[in-house]
Write a new protein. Sequence first.
Length: 216
Amino acid sequence: MDFSKILTFVPYFLPAAWMTLKITTMGILIGLMIGFPMAFGRLSKRRFLSLPSKGYIALIRGTPLLLQLFVVYYGLVRLVALDPLPSAALALGVHNGAYIAEIIRGAIQSINRGQMEAARSLGMTHMQAMSRVIIPQALLRALPPLGNQFIIALKDSSLASTVTVRELVLTSRQLASSNFMMMEMLAIAAVFYLILTGLLTLLVNHLEVKMSVSRA
């Protein structure tokens, strides 16, 4: 490995790092928009809400992300024209949604039932008790596993390279094909991933501290 030449190639990775961050952010936001409704659907006693949620979660968790990415990219193109970037973001979002739903569901169920009963005894409706008492505590408990899921989403974004999204992995492969420095290019990509995951970890830790202080 010729590390003396690595720094000359770092600028080529900056747009790829931005693309990786963009895909990850879009995937997380889509996942949150899907995950919360699916979590409440999963908890619902109404079968027309719980069954679709359970089916979605079972389907997504039971199939690999790469397969889901190919289904979105090659399947939806027959219905609507999607570029590689939104296709990858949508597949990542749908994938994250199932795991986020289970994280939220588990956090809500971990709250003692007595708190719901106490809130209802004070005259709150079920929705008021959920929004004012249960969900704030559940979000605090869910934040660490959600942070882990966000980091997994960041690393999973590398699969977008299979549908020609020029993120870190595809950029390293393309550069290596021209300069024959595969290990050096992969090392640069790895450093960028470490930086991005480190920043994301710091952000989640900051949110945990802030929410803990607010709760206190």
